[in-house]
Design a protein around this ligand. Sequence first.
Ligand code: P6P
Length: 342
Amino acid sequence: HAADTFRTDLMTITRHVLNEQSRHPESRGDLTILLSHIVLGCKFVASAVNKAGLAKLTGLAGETNVQQGEEQKKLDVLSNEVFVNALVSSGRTCVLVSEEDEKATFVDPKLRGKYCVCFDPLDGSSNIDCGVSIGTIFGIYMIKNQDTVTLEEVLQPGKDMIAAGYCMYGSSCTLVLSTGNGVNGFTLDPSLGEFIMTHPDIKIPPKGKIYSVNEGNAKNWDTPTAKYVEKCKYPTDGSSPKSLRYIGSMVADVHRTLLYGGIFLYPADKKSPSGKLRVMYEVFPMSFLMEEAGGQSFTGKGRSLDLIPTDIHERSPIFLGSSDDVEEIKALYAEEAKKAGS
Ligand code: P6P
């Protein structure tokens, strides 16, 4: 026979999630149903992002859409609406935290389920108009009592997340997911409308040759960050300098770091003492994935997932990626703390 051009035993994301569910015999499949609604949201956004360039859907709110004559929505607003509707209608969530909404959304009690989803529906949306990859980032918590859930219960440390992932909308649409048993990557096959497993059991290399930071903030960095970046550029141990790769879209920078190794940094600086990235729907989900893939994530003070947020839009510095690379920056912060303590 000519080699089959069609694989006929497809590992779709749905099949993968069902396999994961079967590892928990007591499970009623709530997470499976929740994830299927998140996947639907990602498919919708992928389609909208791809059309954006054509249908001029991009960023300019206020432009009326000639067909419907209704207010033109910015893609990030549209994406947020799609995810909120998908998550609420799944009947598996009781509270939602979105980058787009100032307050947490408490779901109608009649429609509640046991999960809290924190998400950035379209991170990096400032890059839409120039075609740079952007993405959706999400993290999922279990809520003890869905009927009486309060904001305090939402402000949990990232280590209590039970699942996290991102979907990157670029040359292809790639969804990376962990439900606590390793990390897997899936690529959308538009002809099937299915995410097919393309990156099984992703593990980040223990050390990388790339550092990823906005060097434009160098003037405002603290000493440990400045020292670390200096070491990347002028190594003192005879090794080759690292390459700088910075896309300015977190999902794209983190995805490259996860697959190729290296370190992604968004440090604190004099202008932004807590850094720029948001704890609940950027730092936590990406840190969860990194640790599941054998990497680390550090805030400059401690393990990112140990952070206990006090506000749903709180920011934190973040250093994440290959374990050995993160160890180096942890040592520099420890040295600084010792000096300060002495
Ligand atoms: P800067 C995009 O606006 C974003 O929120 C992240 O996706 C990205 O990592 C970061 O900000 C880029 O920030 O200050 O380097 O432009």
